[in-house]
Design a protein around this ligand. Sequence first.
Ligand code: PYC
Length: 319
Amino acid sequence: MPQQQIIRVIDSHTGGEPTRVVVAGVPDLGQGSVAEKAQVFREKYDWFRSSIVNEPRGHDAIVGALLLPPIDPDHLCGVIFFNNDSTLPMCIHGMIGLAETLLHTGAITGGSHKIETPAGLVTFTVNPDQTVSVANVPCYRFRAAVTVDVPDYGPITGDISWGGNWFFLIQDQGPVVKRENIPALLAFTNAVKRALAAQGITGENGIEIDHIESFGPPTDPAEADSKNFVLCPGNAYDRSPCGTGTSAKLACLFADGKIQPGQLWRQAGILDSVFTGAVVPLDDTSVIPTVSGRAWVTGESTYHFAEDDPFRHGIPTSI
Ligand code: PYC
C-alpha cells in the first residue's frame, strides 16, 4: 500500500450487528459500475478487505463498507459491503449503519437518499424517531418448500429467496431459535449450507445460497412476530435480525398471502433486537421491501500499518 495512505473508519452497530465504514483511504477501483468496482476490489484489494474486518483490528461479525463517489450525481454515494469472506451484494443493517455514520460526520442532516450498491439502487430515509428505513432492491421467492437431506439432521424443508443476498429460510426445524442455542444453531445452519451445495440446490442462475435463516416463535409476541438466527458467509451469525434476510422473509410471506401490501412485520433477531418491514408489490413475482431499524455510532479509528507487523493486513479467517 502507498506509504502515506491514511485509512480512517467509523464503527457503529445496528441492533447489535457491527458496521465499519471506511471514510478515508478507499482504494481507487476505477470508473465502472458499483458491481464492477466490487469485482476489482475482490481481485486486487483483498488485503485491504482483510486489514479492515479481520483480526487483529476486527472480528468475524464485522461488515465493512467502502464509501464511493456516486455514478449518477442525483445519488448520494455508492457503497460496497464486505465481510470476513468477500463482498456482499447488499446489506441492510450496514446501510442503516452507513446512514447513522453520515449523520454523525455531518455529511447528511436527515432526509431520503439514493445509494448505489452492487445489487442495485436502494433508498434510505432518516425517520423522526431516529430509526432509518431502507427501501431495498426488488426481492422475490425463487423456490418454495425445497427439501434437502442434511447429514445428522435428516430432511429439512425451506424456501429459497432473494433479499439482496441469497437465503434458505427454515421454519421451526432444527435447534430452537434462542440465544443459548447459538453454537447448536451455527452447527445446524452450516450443515444445511453444506448440504445445499453438495446437492446442487442454488439460487437463480446457479448462484450459491450463502445465507441460512432459521425461524422460530418470538420471545415476546407483544414485541415481534418471529425470531430468527442467520448464518452469514464466513461462519459468522448476524447479531441483528438481518435486513436482507427480513426482506427475503417478507417476499415469502407475501407470496404465501400471509401479509398484505403495507402490513407491518416485526422480525426479531437472536438478541431480540427488532427490525420492522413491509412490502410494496412490484409485479407478479417481486416486491420492494422496506426494512427499518436503529444504529448507534460506537467509535472512530485511524489505522496504522507498521512495515514489520506480520499481521498488518489481518489474520485470514481460515486460520
Ligand atoms: O442486514 O442485510 C443485512 C445483513 C447481511 C449480512 C449481515 N447483515
